[in-house]
Design a protein around this ligand. Sequence first.
Ligand SMILES: *Cc1c(COP(=O)(O)O)cnc(C)c1O
Length: 213
Amino acid sequence: MIAEQIQKLSVELPQGTTLVAVSKTKPNSAIEEAYAAGHRDFGENKVQELCQKAETLPNDIRWHMIGHLQRNKVKYIAPFVHLIHGVDSERLLAEINKQGAKHHRVIDVLIQIHIAEESSKFGFSFGEAEALFSQENQYENVRIVGLMGMASFTENEQQVKREFEILSAFYSEWKAKKTLTILSMGMSNDYPLAITTGSNMVRIGSLIFGRRN
Ligand SMILES: *Cc1c(COP(=O)(O)O)cnc(C)c1O
């Protein structure tokens, strides 16, 4: 089932779109099934779970940290993480830079932008992101490679579409100036809309692995 879902999605997604298979709460066996089918990009939202899985699963897996990341936990994933999607403050950026230096790595990150109406979601406002992008880059061990956003949790497709479009427009505005290449938006429920509005990285969990408890 898992391999079939991944196969179906990779046919459906436009070329150049990265599928991050969100394996949070799922056992290693589920990841191994996707891995055997050739998939390498996996997303987790808890540091401890991410580290446990990374330790036991093949080391050519590209691990994406997609959830809210606390500064005091950056050190655990800094040695190996492929991409951190949810950078939502400058203090977190500074900490990732510090840990990157310790491990002699340049860590790729996405700036998370708050596009949803809910106040519960994390991220920079557009104004804050603009201020960050307008500064001279002061971080040698972190590379901002794109943006990430999560739309409102709603049935209202027009609203979700509007939120994706606003983020996509902001991405287009800064893409060339900051050499951004990744726009991470879209999950199981809203990825088709995300794709039509310009996403090139989708984070899909339940559609691949089944519902979470
Ligand atoms: C859980 C999660 C996803 C995947 O959600 P599904 O609805 O299962 O596809 C995507 N992005 C983030 C940030 C998540 O926490």
